[in-house]
Design a binder for this molecule. Sequence first.
Ligand SMILES: Cc1cc2ncn([C@H]3O[C@H](COP(=O)(O)O)[C@@H](O)[C@H]3O)c2cc1C
Ligand SMILES: O=C(O)c1cccnc1
Length: 338
Amino acid sequence: MTAAFSTLADFRKRLEALPVADAAAVLAATERNGQLTKPPGALGRLESLAIWYAGWRGTGRPSLEHPQVIVFAGNHGIAARGVSLFPVEVTVQMVANFQAGGAAINQLSKAFGATMTVQALDLDHPTQDFTHAPAMTEAEVVAALLAGWEAVDPAADLLVVGEMGIGNTTSAAAIACGLFGGAASDWAGRGTGLDDAGVSLKARVVAEGVALHAASLGDPLQVLRCLGGREIAAMAGAIARAHDLRIPVLLDGFICCAAAATLEMAVPGALDHAMAGHVSAEGAHRALLAKLGKAPLLDLGLRLGEGSGAALAIGVLKGAIACHSGMATFGEAGVSES
Ligand SMILES: Cc1cc2ncn([C@H]3O[C@H](COP(=O)(O)O)[C@@H](O)[C@H]3O)c2cc1C
Ligand SMILES: O=C(O)c1cccnc1
């Protein structure tokens, strides 16, 4: 099998060639929604959600039966700066926990009928500390994007990507700052639970990284290379592949959305197949979602990552599609219209 892309320039070309939603399916779903046995608009956001999903699946009456959850794991050189409450060994230990079925995302995937896999990316070789050098070489970021691209099951009908990587909220904050500007302190949050002094240190580290790579910040894919991590690039690759396959995506927390933002900033429209599943308690997630123009389906105060918030939103999406595709129309049920 030849690789889908072998350079960042090739990857960008794949982004530029991504498909759009099926307009006929959107129309058919909109018409069906208008005929269902309920007052117009009474299912609130479930209605637009089902129509959006129908457009990407190319049918006015879709089903959601095979959600896929992929958790990517990577290690970060920046963790050596003391920007996480936890030691870096936790990344590999949690990978074992995911494999054994013991993490939160295992339970949520099971609860919502999703298949879940974990993919560890070169954990023995952390990325470079981005305050000294680019986090990844071009070959490394392309390999990680490709790992994500190839992990998506073409038979899936929904994708959730999650991550595990001690220090990765610092990398995500640096990406957000590199893409959208503002002060580093606007984007640095508590992650696993830093105190105020820890958050100040994190903001300084983010500011150093963004300053060092200032010349690269005009290109969002270089922002991903210089300030990102392997699991973050893999999430971006998987989200892009899902778009390529017209598989809708539910986005998770701050880290997932930082990964996703590099795609949207590189090629506007790259995230048209993605909805925000949940707004995380990580301070800057709400601002990042606002930059992406995405309103979260859930606001439950999680600050875990792993794909957990998005996995919960699978339940909401399943509810929307069950109503849309399963309800009777006024004509079928013999119910009088207004
Ligand atoms: C036991 C444990 C399980 C986790 N699952 C997700 N994360 C989350 O915390 C990390 C990011 O926070 P920071 O940037 O502060 O290191 C990521 O690995 C993320 O997925 C976890 C963290 C821990 C400690
Ligand atoms: O929002 C997230 O993705 C997040 C927040 C804190 C820790 N880990 C992940």
